[in-house]
Design a protein around this ligand. Structure first.
Ligand SMILES: NC(=O)c1ccc[n+]([C@@H]2O[C@H](COP(=O)([O-])OP(=O)(O)OC[C@H]3O[C@@H](n4cnc5c(N)ncnc54)[C@H](OP(=O)(O)O)[C@@H]3O)[C@@H](O)[C@H]2O)c1
Length: 325
């Protein structure tokens, strides 16, 4: 298969290009050359999509195109090219207007209103632009898969969110103290390993699967996910669960960033965000590895990658929260 990856030099799109090469496909990547390099075996085209795809590229035939863009101008520019190629457009679960309802998916959850102003400062611009990008793809490409990932994790993750947990739990082996665990151990959480998602995206392209899917792993209680991460990094820590009210009183913020506990979300407002129905994706060929394996490999990557991002509470901040200071 001649596979064009629009992107191909960062986290997910690079993993897609890697899988394509490993499966013997003829892979071309397109990037500005800022985020990283294409995998060995792929042909790298350097171009800025804000200036339009190069004519020389448009003249080349492809069987499948994978696009991870979040701006409508880039997607609009790309949808007219290669009308006979199968398209896999990587969207996001952030397209949904409902974050509270569990077990939902494309057929049941309402979407945000589409937005076509790429420069908008709307707080929901990311999800709304992706809705508009999806619409552009569906309208212009006869054979397309829309893939809406949940939280993508694993080696190479530039966000440092899931990475916080393997890093924090590995430290428990040496410091021996309690580990702050946020919210309620029964809270539903859900991740997908970047490598599993990449394998599935290439499979969808090969099979020319049409439709819209949430790309998520199994939804599990947070307590179990943290136990699995601990098992993956080889520790048996003592978790100290701290309820939402106490976290908020201590100035701890959800999800990601400074003073956050990554993966923690306010409930019940976000009961659905990490609890999407994974059955349709599984029926369409998605296979996911155990979280323990993802955690082990993420820690190995982190240790081998100076400067890799880890977000969340520092050790001193966590100790202060646990001490009630
Ligand atoms: N991370 C998550 O948990 C999560 C969750 C849900 C959905 N998603 C979606 O998953 C996808 C992730 O894709 P990704 O990991 O590959 O990262 P990305 O940041 O979405 O895409 C980066 C790739 O696009 C290239 N690129 C960016 N701007 C460009 C431009 N103007 N012209 C040409 N190339 C450009 C980058 O290379 P250069 O910078 O070198 O140009 C890089 O190869 C996205 O669609 C994202 O919305 C992510």
């Amino acid at each position: 298969m001649r596979l064009l990856v629009l992107g191909g030099t960062a986290f997910l799109s690079r993993a897609v290009a890697e899988v394509g090469v490993a499966r013997g496909h003829d892979v071309v990547t397109v990037s500005r050359g800022r985020s990283g390099t294409a995998p060995d075996g792929a042909r790298a085209v350097i171009a800025d999509r804000d200036e339009g795809l190069p004519d020389e590229l448009r003249a080349q035939p492809f069987d499948a195109v994978v696009d991870v863009a979040r701006f409508t101008a880039q997607v609009r520019d790309a949808v007219g090219a290669w009308p006979d190629a199968h398209r896999v457009f990587v969207s996001t679960i952030s397209v949904y207007a409902d974050t509270a309802t569990a077990s939902g998916g494309p057929g049941t959850l309402p979407l945000l209103a589409p937005l076509t102003d790429d420069a908008s400062e709307d707080p929901e611009a990311y999800g709304r632009l992706k809705v508009a990008c999806e619409d552009l793809v569906r309208a212009a490409v006869p054979s397309a898969t829309i893939v809406r990932p949940g939280l993508i994790v694993g080696p190479g993750d530039p966000t440092g969110r899931f990475t916080y947990w393997p890093a924090r739990l590995a430290r428990a082996a040496s410091d021996g103290g309690d580990v702050l665990a946020p919210g309620d151990p029964a809270d539903a959480v859900q991740v997908i390993d970047v490598r599993d998602l990449a394998e599935w995206i290439v499979t969808l392209a090969q099979r020319r699967t049409a439709g819209t899917f949430d790309a998520v792993g199994p939804s599990v209680p947070l307590g179990r996910l943290l136990d699995d991460v601990a098992a993956g990094v080889g520790v048996t820590p003592a978790f100290r669960w701290v309820a939402r009210a106490a976290l908020e009183a201590a100035g701890v913020v959800p999800w990601a960033g400074p003073r956050s506990v990554p993966l923690w979300l306010p409930r019940p407002e976000f009961d659905g965000m990490l609890a999407h129905d994974d059955a349709p994706a599984r029926a369409a060929g998605l296979r996911t590895r155990p979280v323990a394996d993802t955690a082990r490999d993420t820690l190995a990557w982190l240790r081998a990658t100076p400067g890799a991002t880890v977000t969340g509470l520092t050790a001193a901040e966590e100790a202060a929260v646990l001490a009630g200071r």
